[in-house]
Design a protein around this ligand. Structure first.
Ligand code: ATP
Ligand code: MG
Length: 273
C-alpha cells in the first residue's frame, strides 16, 4: 500500500509510522519502504545506518538487487518484543532504507520500464503480510513507481482548503494512472490527519470531504497530537509511548489499520499470514 499526497507536510510519514506501529502491535509481519529522498520514515523507525544498501541504489541495480538481504529491522522491534508478555512469536517490522539517492528517479518522465523497478524488487521478497510505501509529496517518478508496485493507495489530507483541493487532484491523477498503467490499483481511502475536534473550520472541511469522497473518507480521522514531534523525535512507536494521549492515538491507528485492511485483496493478504 502506497501512502501518498500531492501536497507536502500533511502527514504521509506520520500515518505510515502510525500504521507500522499498529501492525507491529498486532503481530502483522510488515515491511516499510522509504521511497522519500528525505528518508524521514527511516529516521522515525529508529533505523541505524548499517551496511545495508539503500532502496535508491537497489532500484538502480534492479537486475541484481536483493532487497531481502538489505532490509533492516526497525529499532521499535526490541521494545515490542520485551513488552510482549505472552510471547506470541517473532515480531517483524523491517525497513527498506531511504536515502537521497532515490531522488534520481523523482522525475516526471520515467519510462514504463523504470516505473516497474520497485515492483520487480518487491516481487522477490517473501514473508511480509503488509508492505507500506512512504512516498514523497509529488506525482513524479517515485510516487508513480510506488503506485506501480501497490495493490492499494492511501491518500492523506489535512482538513484545510488547499489540502482538500490537492487530494481531489491526486484522486484524478490516480484515475488516469489506473487507466494507463494499473487497472487493478485500488484506492484504500482518504485519511484526514491533524483534526482538531473543537475547530469549526475542520468540521466544515471534514463535511466537505465526506461530500467529495463519500465512503472513501476513512473513519477514524487522526487527531492533532500535541506531543507528536517529541514522540517522532525520539524515534518511538506511538504504541510504546507512555500517557493517555499516546494511548488514544495508538487506538486510532489500530482502527485505521483495520479499516484500510478491511477491503478486498489487502484483507486477504493480511489475514493469510
Ligand atoms: N496528527 C498529528 N498531530 C500533530 N503533529 C502532526 C500530526 N501529523 C503530522 N504531524 C507533524 O507534521 C509534520 C509533517 O508531518 P509528516 O512529516 O508526517 O508529513 P509528510 O506528508 O510526510 O511530509 P513530506 O511531504 O515532507 O514528506 C511533522 O512535524 C509531524 O510531526
Ligand atoms: Mg514524509
Amino acid at each position: 500500500m502506497s501512502i501518498s499526497s500531492l501536497k507536502g507536510g500533511v502527514g504521509k510519514t506520520s500515518v505510515t509510522l502510525g500504521l507500522a506501529s499498529a501492525a507491529l502491535a498486532a503481530g502483522i509481519p510488515t515491511l516499510v519502504v522509504d521511497l522519500d529522498p528525505h528518508a524521514d520514515a527511516t529516521t522515525g523507525l529508529g533505523v541505524r545506518p548499517n551496511r545495508q544498501t539503500d532502496i535508491g541504489r537497489l532500484l538502480k541495480n534492479v537486475r541484481r538487487a536483493d532487497l531481502g538481504a538489505n532490509v533492516t529491522s526497525s529499532g521499535w522491534v526490541a521494545t515490542a518484543t520485551s513488552n510482549d508478555k505472552h510471547g506470541v512469536g517473532r515480531k517483524v517490522l523491517d525497513v527498506a532504507v531511504g536515502s537521497a539517492y532515490t531522488g534520481i528517479y523523482d522525475r516526471p518522465d520515467l519510462s514504463r520500464r523504470d516505473l516497474r523497478r520497485l515492483a520487480t524488487i518487491l516481487s522477490r521478497v517473501e514473508g511480509y503480510s503488509l508492505v507500506l510505501v512512504d512516498c514523497p509529496p509529488s506525482l513524479n517518478g517515485l510516487t508513480r513507481m510506488a503506485w506501480s508496485a501497490s495493490s492499494h493507495v492511501l491518500l492523506v489530507a489535512e482538513p484545510s482548503l488547499f489540502s482538500v483541493a490537492g487530494t481531489e487532484r491526486t484522486m484524478r491523477a490516480l484515475d488516469l494512472f489506473r487507466e494507463e498503467f494499473a487497472p487493478n490499483l485500488a484506492t484504500a481511502g482518504v485519511v484526514a490527519n491533524r483534526v482538531r475536534s473543537g475547530s469549526n473550520e475542520h468540521a466544515f472541511r471534514i463535511a466537505e470531504m465526506k461530500t467529495m469522497f463519500g465512503d472513501l473518507l476513512l473513519s477514524p480521522t487522526i487527531a492533532e497530537q500535541a506531543n507528536w514531534q517529541q514522540i517522532q523525535g525520539a524515534a518511538h512507536a506511538i504504541h510504546h509511548w507512555p500517557g493517555e494521549s499516546a494511548r488514544q492515538a495508538a487506538g486510532l491507528f489500530d482502527e485505521l489499520l483495520k479499516s484500510v485492511t478491511d477491503s478486498g485483496r489487502l484483507r486477504n493478504r493480511v489475514l493469510r499470514r
